[in-house]
Structures are given as structure tokens and as C-alpha cells.
Design a protein around this ligand. Structure first.
Ligand code: CU
Length: 160
């Protein structure tokens, strides 16, 4: 846009203080600032939202899938950690209600009967794509970082 507004005379007229080196030097602080902002921001997602069947968000302390029901078969699950803590996604096939899984007192983790798949811990802002084959049935999605299941990181998923 800015270039379109420039007159031809301004484009060709050499100005004494604005050679290529002066321009780069002038832009440098801005470039460094942009680089700093980018490096602090969330890294690019490990999956394309249109290429996964469901996206599961891990929050402090909730597990929030974009759909409560999935089709049976091979599924691509996008996992995002939106919390400040590291979280994992543990997928169990079980008839037990999400809030009724037995918890091991010494490890503070939920028992993993019916374990189907796990996305290992993702740091805050991290993401991953988990490819799993799901048979029809009742599933529970949890984060099994010690204590997190008890804090509420659990939800139901139905596969049809
Ligand atoms: Cu967690």
C-alpha cells in the first residue's frame, strides 16, 4: 500500500541518510523486537485443524474435546495444552464414569485400566497429533499427571 502511494520521484531520488545500510540499521531494533515476540509466543501447532477429527484442549484443570462423539476407526486427534502446567492426554476404554476411576494413593494417578493411547506430557502451549484406532465403545479422556485427574482433568468420549 505504502509503495503505491509513493511518487516515482521519491522512489528514484537518493536521499543522503537513507542508503541500504542505513535502512537495515534503522529496521534492526524493530526486527529484534518482532523476533523476541515470536519466540515468546505459542509455537506453531503440530497439526492442521482441518486434518484432525477432534481437537482436545488440555486446560488447568479440564480436558475439553471439540466433540463428545467420534466415528470408529483410525482417528487423528489434535492435542493442545492451553494451560500453564504440563499435561498429558490418556485415553482409556472403560464403562466407568469419568469421575469414578480408581486412584492409586501413592502415585496420585488414576488407574489406567483399558489404556488405549497416550500423548505424553506437553508443556504449556505445546501441541501434538495423536493417531489412534478406536473401536466403538465408551471412553474416558484424562490427564494422568499426578493429581490432575483428581483436580478435574477427565471427560467422556463416545465412539460409534
Ligand atoms: Cu494435567
Amino acid at each position: 500500500m505504502r509503495r503505491l502511494l509513493m511518487t516515482p520521484a521519491r522512489l528514484v531520488a537518493p536521499r543522503p541518510v537513507s542508503g541500504p545500510i542505513a535502512r537495515v540499521a534503522g529496521a534492526l531494533p524493530r526486527l529484534l523486537l518482532v523476533a523476541a515476540i515470536v519466540s515468546c509466543a505459542e509455537t506453531a501447532p503440530a497439526f492442521d485443524a482441518s486434518s484432525v477429527q477432534v481437537v482436545v484442549e488440555l486446560r488447568d484443570y479440564q480436558v475439553v474435546p471439540s466433540a463428545a462423539t467420534m466415528k470408529a476407526g483410525t482417528a487423528r486427534i489434535g492435542v493442545r495444552n492451553r494451560g500453564a502446567q504440563p499435561h498429558d492426554l490418556t485415553i482409556l476404554r472403560t464403562q466407568t464414569a469419568p469421575d469414578r476411576l480408581p486412584v492409586d494413593g501413592s502415585s496420585a494417578k488414576a488407574r489406567e485400566d483399558g489404556l488405549v493411547a497416550r500423548q505424553p506430557e506437553l508443556r504449556a502451549g505445546g501441541s501434538a497429533r495423536l493417531d489412534v484406532t478406536l473401536e466403538p465403545g465408551a471412553y474416558v479422556l484424562i490427564c494422568n499427571v499426578p493429581g490432575h485427574y483428581q483436580l478435574g482433568m477427565r471427560t467422556a468420549l463416545t465412539v460409534e
